[in-house]
Structure formats: C-alpha cells, structure tokens
Design a protein around this ligand. Structure first.
Ligand code: B12
Ligand code: SF4
Length: 491
C-alpha cells in the first residue's frame, strides 16, 4: 500500500527570498506531472515576509529549513525535487542533508547547476541521489517510473546517479520539439495572492499586478556571460529554439485574467521577437482578444523594428527591456553580444518616438573593460534616454564562456556562495582591466539610472483605470506603502 500522500515535493531555495518571481521551473514540472497522474506539491517557504528574517540570512535559513522539514513530515512525499542555480548550491545541499537526517527519501536535483556540473551532486556521501540534466518534464516522469518499478536506470536519458561509487551519466535527453504538448504552468500550486501583489519587478520599475509567462524555450545567440544555450542545448540535430502556438498563449492569458484578475504580464522568453511573423500574430490576436492587459517584454535591439513597435503598443505593450550591456563596441564584440551601438541607438529612438518605455540592462566588469569603456556606457545611456537602466557586476557563472576563459583557478564547490549576490567578490572574479572599485561605483550608478516613475501611472489612462478599479486600489496602496518601508529600512 502507498503510504505517501504526495509523489514529489519540490522545495524552493531560501535564496529566492528577495526574488519576486514564482518558481517557473517547478510550475512547469508540476503541471506535467499532475497531468500524467502524479501528486505533487511546491514547498515555497520564502513567501513569508517577516522583516526580522530579512535582516539575518542565517536565522532566515534556519527558520526556513525547519518549516520545510515540518511540511515534509506532513505530506510524506515519495521523492524530493530541488532546483539548483550555482548561487543556491550551498544552501540547497544543506537542506538536502537536513532532509536525509530526518527522512529516508530519494532526492532529485535539476536546473542550471545540475545541467552544468552533475558531478557536484553525485559523489560518494552526497545527500543527492539523482541529477536531471536539461529539460525536466519527460526525464523526471521516466525517472520516477523507473524507480517505482525498480527497473534499470540506464534506460532513462538525461540523468546522473552513483553506481559503484562512480558517477554514471546516461545518454543525452532530446528536447521536446512541440511545446503544445506542455500543459499550462501549475498556477494553482503556488500562492498566487503573494505573487500577484503589485510590485516593481514585473515591469521594472512600475508597480503592477501581474505575472510573467513563457511562450517559448531556447535562444540561438551565444552571449558569453549567459549559459542559456548550454541548458537548452540540442544534443541531436533537432530544434533548440521552440515556441508555443499563439492561440495557447492567448488562452493562458485569458485564464490568468479570468481566474486571477491580472492587470499585466511580462514575457520572459529569452528572445521573444526572434520571429517577426509570430510576434505580429501575437499582437494581432491579443488585440482581438479584448483582454486589455498591459505588458512588457525583453528582447534584443537587433530584433525590433517600427512595424513591430507600433503593433506591440496597440496590443498593450508599454515597455521593452533591452540587454544593452555596454556602450563600447569593442566590449560588445568581445562578449559576442552580436549587436552594434548603431542598432542600440536605433531601437531606443524607435521606442522613444512611439511612446514605449525602455529599460536597459548594463554590465560592469566585462573582460578587459577600461575606465574609458565605462564612460562610453554612461554617455550612451544619456544619449538613448532609457526610461530606466540597471547596472550589474558581470558574474562569470559556471557554464558561461566567460567562466571558462577568464576564471583561474576555478572555484571549488565550497566557494560557490561567492557567486551569490549582486556585490559579488569582484577581486576573485575580476575581468576588468581598470582598478576602479566596482563595489563603490555600483550603488552610485544604481541611484542615478534605476528610475521608478510614479507619474507614469497618472499619465497612462489604461493603467489609471486598472489601479483605480475599486477592488484593486487597496492592494495597490497597501503594497506601495509596504514596499517603501521595506526598501527604506531593510535594503
Ligand atoms: C527567468 C530567469 C530568471 C528569473 C526567474 C527565476 C525563477 N525563480 O524562476 C529571475 C529574473 C528571477 C532570475 C534570477 C536569477 N537568475 Co536567472 N534565469 C532566468 C532564465 C532567463 C530562464 C529560466 C527559466 O525560468 N526558464 C523556463 C523554465 C521552465 O526552465 P528552467 O528553469 O530551465 O527549468 C527546466 C529545467 O532546467 C529543469 N529543471 C529545473 N529545475 C528543476 C528541478 C528538478 C528537481 C528537476 C528534476 C528538473 C528541473 O526542468 C525545467 C522544465 O523543463 C535563465 C536563462 C535560460 N534561458 O535558461 C536564467 C538563468 C537560469 N539565471 C541565472 C542566474 C545566475 C540567476 C541569478 C542567480 C542571478 C542573480 N545574481 O540574481 C538569480 C537567481 C534567483 C533565484 N535563485 O531564483 C543563470 C544560472 C547560471 C547558473 N550557473 O546557475 C541563467 C542560466 C542565466 C545565465 N546567466 O546564464 N532568473
Ligand atoms: S543573454 Fe539573451 S540573447 Fe544572449 S545568449 Fe543569453 S538569452 Fe540569448
């Protein structure tokens, strides 16, 4: 008799604390598993917002681990699933050890770090039993079935496990070609009330009530600071950039509006406007749908033109986020960004002329960066008049070309926590040639360019109507006050 109430419990990382996006990866996996008849839950303990826990990371982690253990006791899952970014490695291994100290449950890891370095999880004495490499849906169901039936693990493609004290990697897993087979993310498995509160990080920096969606997977570009193409790499000759049919995207948006009363959404795809015909179809169908949602999207400056911008605006798009990265063509070429300063200027000009807000993401600490390069970035930002911009110190995460080329010696597992925060240990990961103190420069640049713009609410009629609808005004007001307090005193 099956005494387990749940087949698999997924646990989010406490490092997600400050992150306002839901765990998309678990929502994708849970939806798939549920449709295949498995019972799952997402244990998302980061969502309690006790200010005392924000101050102390150590205390916070302790409290979260205790809560996770209590929840596991209650739901008694057959398997545990952990999604691990490199930045989460230390804390997720701690959680895994604590779980193993309390229960005899097999633990399965997945996500970026498992795809990049399965050997960091699968070794003698590790609390982790299995690593899923790459796309998880089919691999996880096959793994669970194989374990349930006590069959041969070798037949499950895309996993790593320990055999005779050695890591055993099975054949590579082929990517799902037709995204239509994927069910809608399991929104019902997360606390939507929490994730839907108006906040500044969905459409940066405009507090709106909404959620991010994916309409495709994979990216054909090779930016050296990113490891998207490693995670979604195709191991055979099949497509690795795949998109969902527009009708199912509209269906999902209608579902979100009808069931969760969203005002806004953000398209999280790596490169949404890659296929112009598809982007135009999306806008046309969104206009016809009468959903009246506002939205924003992230894309590349070389994948946008006036025709697209105009119809995107008509369809409710209010902001486009661009990875500008640098004002120095030399550095853009060096990191293989594949864009030119001329294209950057053109894209921002088109947005400004057509009344679309812009957000530019900029990088510091690019390889061989000089003071002159930094000046060029600032000058470019002034010239293109981005509505808001954000600078980050480039972190050469494992799995990126930058990590392979510039980081020596490579950090060992115990050092992965160094990758964790925005003010990463720059000396250890320094790629820039100048001697400027980036830890000091970053807050200055942030203050100068990260612009919130409350006035925009008042000017944008569509937005004003949404906010002042009686049911919502209280939540918008409450969240704005809480945001100001939390950021003023606790950031
Ligand atoms: C959207 C995104 C975000 C979002 C949302 C993250 C979230 N909570 O979901 C935000 C903006 C918040 C974010 C933040 C960060 N991100 Co990010 N992010 C991405 C991005 C662009 C897409 C990820 C995604 O959601 N894809 C869609 C889902 C469905 O796919 P998926 O997550 O890969 O999950 C599939 C498989 O990986 C697998 N899987 C995933 N988890 C699990 C777990 C189990 C148990 C199993 C079996 C399988 C499995 O199955 C899933 C379904 O097929 C990727 C780049 C990319 N294109 O992949 C970077 C990426 C994953 N991010 C990265 C990083 C570094 C970060 C940050 C650490 C940056 C920072 N310094 O703050 C933070 C970490 C925050 C956190 N701990 O959540 C790196 C990871 C590199 C690394 N070596 O770890 C990537 C690869 C980008 C890069 N720089 O190259 N990120
Ligand atoms: S940064 Fe964006 S465009 Fe570049 S490889 Fe990563 S996902 Fe693709």
């Amino acid at each position: 008799m099956d005494t387990h109430k749940i087949d698999i419990a997924f646990i989010t990382s406490p490092n997600n604390w400050g992150v306002n996006h839901p765990p998309f990866f678990y929502m994708a996996l849970a939806a798939w598993l549920e449709r295949e008849g498995y019972r799952c839950e997402i244990i998302d303990e980061k969502i309690s917002r006790n200010p005392f826990l924000i101050i102390s990371e150590k205390l916070r982690n302790k409290v979260i681990i205790q809560r996770v253990i209590r929840k596991i006791k209650r739901s008694s899952p057959k398997y545990i699933g952990l999604a691990v970014f490199t930045t989460d490695y230390k804390i997720m291994m701690e959680i895994a050890k604590e779980i193993k100290n309390n229960f005899d449950i097999p633990i399965i890891v997945g996500n970026a770090h498992a795809a990049i370095s399965p050997e960091d999880f699968i070794f003698k004495g590790s609390p982790i039993d299995y690593a899923v490499i790459g796309e998880g849906e089919i691999t996880l169901t096959e793994l669970i079935d194989t374990l349930d039936q006590n069959s041969n693990l070798k037949q499950v493609n895309g996993i790593a496990y320990l055999k005779n004290d050695e890591i055993c990697l099975t054949s590579k897993r082929a990517l799902i070609q037709d995204l239509q087979v994927l069910p809608m993310p399991a929104y019902h498995k997360i606390n939507m009330k929490y994730y839907l509160r108006p906040r500044l990080y969905l459409i940066r920096f405009l507090p709106v009530r909404g959620i991010a969606i994916y309409t495709g997977r994979g990216c054909p570009f090779q930016c050296e600071f990113c490891c998207s193409n490693l995670i979604w790499k195709s191991h055979d000759k099949t497509k690795f950039v795949r998109t969902a049919p527009i009708d199912s995207v509209i269906k999902e948006l209608r579902f979100l509006k009808n069931n969760y009363d969203i005002d806004a959404f953000y398209i999280m795809d790596d490169t949404f406007t890659l296929n112009k015909k598809r982007s135009l179809e999306f806008c046309e169908k969104l206009i016809k749908s009468n959903l009246e949602l506002i939205w924003a999207v992230e894309t590349r400056v070389n994948l946008i033109d006036e025709e697209m911008i105009k119809i995107m605006k008509e369809a409710g798009c209010i902001q486009i986020d661009f990875g500008v990265e640098s004002g120095s063509q030399r550095l853009l070429d060096k990191i293989k960004k594949g864009i030119t300063i001329k294209e950057i200027k053109r894209a921002f000009k088109l947005c400004n002329e057509n009344g679309i807000r812009t957000f530019a993401t900029m990088l510091l600490n690019l390889p061989t960066e000089t003071e002159d390069d930094l000046k060029k970035s600032e000058l470019l930002l002034e010239e293109i008049k981005a509505t808001s911009a954000n600078f980050q110190i480039t972190i050469p995460y494992p799995g990126t070309a930058l990590y392979e080329k510039y980081i020596f010696p490579k950090p060992n597992k115990e050092e992965y926590d160094l990758f964790k925060d925005r003010y990463v240990d720059v000396e250890r990961f320094k790629m820039a040639s100048h001697a400027l103190n980036l830890q000091n420069i970053l807050p200055e640049l942030t203050k100068k360019y990260e612009r919130t713009n409350p006035g925009y609410f008042i000017r944008n009629k569509q937005l004003k109507r949404k906010v002042f609808k009686s049911k919502k005004i209280i939540s918008y007001f409450k969240e704005s006050i809480q945001f100001v307090i939390l950021h003023k005193f606790f950031s």
